[in-house]
Design a protein around this ligand. Structure first.
Ligand SMILES: CC(C)(COP(=O)(O)OP(=O)(O)OC[C@H]1O[C@@H](n2cnc3c(N)ncnc32)[C@H](O)[C@@H]1OP(=O)(O)O)[C@@H](O)C(=O)NCCC(=O)NCCS
Length: 136
């Protein structure tokens, strides 16, 4: 195992990542999603495979327990996730807010999914459940 990968497992070069359960509405179904949060690597240790090693573990969690994976990608993260087989959601995104379904156009094109056993139409609509702060 490369040194950075083993350090990644010990949590010395990165912080804050997690898989949290969320519901995503798509195609008339409330899908149980493993939502990947906050993968970040300290600048001095980037491009050494740390995030990839972290993602291997998070993707195992997603595949083992959820119908799909999802995340809201930064510009930095988009390349990493696309290279790992995550697919960019092309359709309109929205959130199921306390006031009803509200479009989230600022997140269009930044949501990535890791498909699982459920068929997905990447050009269809995708809504996430509500939470405070950044909803995606
Ligand atoms: C995105 C981030 C986590 C990547 O961490 P990392 O440890 O450097 O990633 P890795 O070394 O595992 O990347 C593996 C490969 O993924 C691909 N990749 C990673 N970042 C990429 C990018 N911005 N654009 C294109 N491809 C990228 C490349 O193939 C890369 O190999 P390379 O480094 O030799 O080019 C890191 O840049 C970071 O913390 N950025 C700030 C926080 C952030 O935006 N997090 C992402 C939230 S979705």
């Amino acid at each position: 195992m490369p040194p950075h990968a083993s350090q990644a497992r010990r949590g010395t070069l990165h912080r804050g990542h997690a898989v949290v359960q969320r519901r995503l509405l798509h195609g008339g179904h409330a899908l149980r999603a493993g939502y990947v949060e906050a993968v970040a690597v300290s600048p001095a240790h980037r491009h050494g495979g740390v995030a990839s090693a972290v993602m291997v573990e998070l993707e195992d969690v997603v595949r083992g327990a959820y119908e799909l994976g999802a995340l809201g990608a930064s510009d930095d993260g988009a390349g990493l996730h696309a290279a790992r087989g995550w697919e960019r959601w092309r359709g309109p995104t929205s959130v199921l807010s306390p006031a009803g379904t509200v479009r989230t156009p600022e997140d269009d094109g930044a949501v990535f999914v890791l498909p699982g056993p459920v068929a997905l139409d990447l050009d269809g609509s995708l809504s996430c459940d509500w939470r405070d702060g950044d909803v995606w």
